[in-house]
Structure formats: C-alpha cells, structure tokens
Design a protein around this ligand. Structure first.
Ligand SMILES: *Cc1c(COP(=O)(O)O)cnc(C)c1O
Length: 372
C-alpha cells in the first residue's frame, strides 16, 4: 500500500498547454501570464493580479509593495506555514504572533487589539486549511488602527466569506501553486490587490525593478526576479478553467472522510460547515482528543506511515521552530501549542478512491485502538 499525502491533478489539457508553449518561442513574459492573471483576477473578484514564482515570493512582494520594513511590526498567527512569517522577516519587520481559535484554527480576532503597538503596520490573515478567517472583525480592527490587511490565501482558493471570495478583502492577497495546493503550476504564486498603485509596485518588484515605462536595462528600484514562466502560467490557466470541478472533487473526498469518522470520540474532525462561509478543502486535518499527548499523536503518525499512508503534523507552530528561537519577544500561545501537538493531516487529493479512504479509515481506527 502506498497512499501519498497529496497528489496533483494534471490532465491532458495541462500537458497540451505546456507542449504548445514549448513549441512557441515565448517562454517568459507572454500571453499565458496575461491569461492566467486575468482568469485569476476575475475569479476572485479583485481588479489586479500579478503572477509570481511562489507563494512565498508573493508574500515578500506584498509586504514590500505596502512599504512595510524595519521598525515595523506585523501581526500573524504562529499556527501556520513558516513562509507567512519568514516574509515578514525578509523585509526586516518583526512578527507579532497571535493565538488561534480552537474550532477554526484561524487567528483569534479577540486577541488582536492587545497585540497592537505604535509600530504595528499590518495584519497577515491566514485562511488556514481553506477555512475563511473572521474577516468582518479583522477588517474593523484594521480600519480602527489604520493597519494594512494582507490575506495569506495560499490554502484557500475559492473559499467564501459572506458571499465574497477569500483574497478579495485585503490590501493585498497571496495564493500559491505548489503541487499540494488545490491548483498547481509546479511552483508559483499570485498576488492580488484592489489598488492600482500597489499593482504597479508589484509588477516592478517582480521584474528587476522595472516600471512599465522603463526599458529592459533601466531599473528604477531594486527589484527581484520573481517572474513565473509561460510554461507554469499555461498550466495555471488550464487549472483555473477546471477550478469548479477540482474544488467539487475535494469537497466530496472531505465528505467521505467525515461520514466515516463522525462519532469517533477519540478525534475532532475539521469543521465542515461554518455559518456564512464556504470552505475550499486544502487538506483534511483531524485532531486527537485533548486527553492525548504529542506522544500519542506521533505513535498514530508512525503506525499510519508503516501502513503506507502519507500523513503529516500540520502545523508545528512557527514560534517553536528552531529558526525563531532567537525571537526577542517570546510568547506563550496555548491554543496553537496544544493543537500543534495533536493534529494529523490524512491523505487528501482529488482522485483519492473510496477503497483508499476505507483503508485509511481502517488503519486509523487500528492506530487509535492501539492508544487505549
Ligand atoms: C503553501 C503556503 C505558502 C507558501 O507557498 P509556496 O508557493 O510554497 O512558497 C504560504 N503560506 C501558506 C499558509 C501556505 O500554505
């Protein structure tokens, strides 16, 4: 048995699109980039979309384009992928970690105001595991304190909050297309913004500091090469045209897990409905009941691994990572720490078969029985 944790969904249409780019002479900065960007902007419902080489690059550029830098503080959850925090460090700003809500595993808006100082400039809101964060309260706090909102929507393409797509609320929003995400371009990302001025900065920063009016060897600012190739953009454009069917398959896999696992008191299931929201399923993460410890969780991970089942501990909180050991303002984040010890991401992808779901379910039950 070998069931991977995740698997991309590539059809002949993506392969044909790559072949036709390869047969053209345009391998970067061409029509596929334009098509991918405009499909993305209209799907999310935001005026401007800028394709970049990764979600991490997108977060870096979003912070730079908003003028965030040394001396600034940025509020961010710790229970997330490390890139959301690293990007804050890339621009020299200080991450201020906020704890999460137990049910949604998203940052807890009630804790934001106490973390705001005179140096706070922005909130990085992560829509964790494809579940929209509490945007109404977060936007109200940001408005009150004159803070930028950057949505890390890398896990949430297609998720909705009160009828609007995740990624349509912030001053900037970032998506990612690594192969485990809902849609993939191999590597890649997208930054969205409603502001034309920010779009102009993003495009220049992505392309070695060239504004539209600059020629190829004139660099108005210090930029980066964070461009996304035509090959990747062509894959992305095809994936965007299939987005509804991709998200539908993922929802159906999540429902199958739910039906099998519901009622097992040893585990907590991810919320499958939230009032006013629709979830975009990124991963299927269960949590052991809080009478269990990290050791129990690791024993379950080991047992599933031995049974040929790909699984992972999403997420190990960032403030506990060795890379952040030197953080000046150390914080205790009880919910993030407790959740981080007991989560298990199960295999999750579009074409996960019923037989494989049954196998994961049986092996998980056996592993849980082994804990008693
Ligand atoms: C995947 C992800 C990223 C980074 O995306 P890459 O394309 O791998 O650089 C950032 N933030 C979150 C929350 C993610 O899940």
């Amino acid at each position: 048995m070998n069931i991977p944790l995740s698997q991309p969904d590539i059809t002949d249409a993506e392969i044909d699109a790559v072949v036709s780019v390869m047969r053209s002479s345009r391998l970067s900065i061409g029509p596929s980039q334009q098509e991918f960007e405009s499909l993305f902007a209209s799907y999310i419902g935001v005026a401007h979309a800028v394709a970049v080489s990764s979600g991490t690059a997108g977060l870096h550029l979003a912070l730079l384009a908003l003028g965030i830098g040394p001396q600034d503080e940025v509020i961010v959850p710790s229970f997330t992928f490390i890139a959301a925090v690293n990007a804050i460090r890339y621009v020299g700003a200080d991450p201020i970690f906020i704890d999460i809500e137990l049910q949604t595993m998203n940052l807890n808006p009630a804790l934001i105001e106490a973390a705001i100082s005179a140096r706070t400039r922005a909130i990085v809101v992560v829509h964790t595991f494809g579940l929209p964060a509490e945007m109404d309260s977060i936007l109200a706090i940001a408005r009150r304190h004159n803070l930028f909102v950057i949505e890390d929507a890398c896990e949430a393409i297609g998720a909705e909050y009160r009828g609007k797509k995740a990624g349509s609320f912030g001053d900037a929003a970032v998506f990612a297309f690594y192969p485990n995400k809902q849609i993939t371009t191999g590597e890649g990302g997208m930054v969205l913004t409603p502001h034309a001025r920010i779009e102009r900065e993003l495009r220049a920063l992505r392309n070695q500091g060239r504004y539209e009016s600059d020629d190829w060897l004139q660099h108005s600012i210090i930029g980066y090469n964070y461009r996304l190739s035509e090959i990747a953009c062509a894959i992305g454009a095809v994936q965007m045209k299939r987005i509804e069917s991709i998200l539908g398959s993922r929802k159906s896999v999540a429902e199958k897990y739910h039906r099998r696992l519901a009622g097992d008191r040893r585990i907590e299931l991810p919320p499958n409905t939230i009032a006013g929201c629709s979830i975009s399923w990124f991963v299927y993460v269960i949590r052991l009941h809080n009478r269990y410890s990290r050791l129990h969780r690791d024993a379950v991970l080991d047992a599933l691994g031995l049974a040929g089942i790909g699984c992972a501990r999403y997420f190990a909180p960032v403030h506990l990572q060795p890379a952040y050991a030197g953080l000046k303002r150390m914080q205790h984040l009880p919910v993030s720490e407790s959740v981080g010890e007991r989560t298990i991401a199960l295999p999750f992808y579009n074409h996960l078969s019923d037989a494989d779901i049954d196998y994961v379910y049986d092996q998980l039950k056996r592993a849980l029985d082994g804990l008693e």
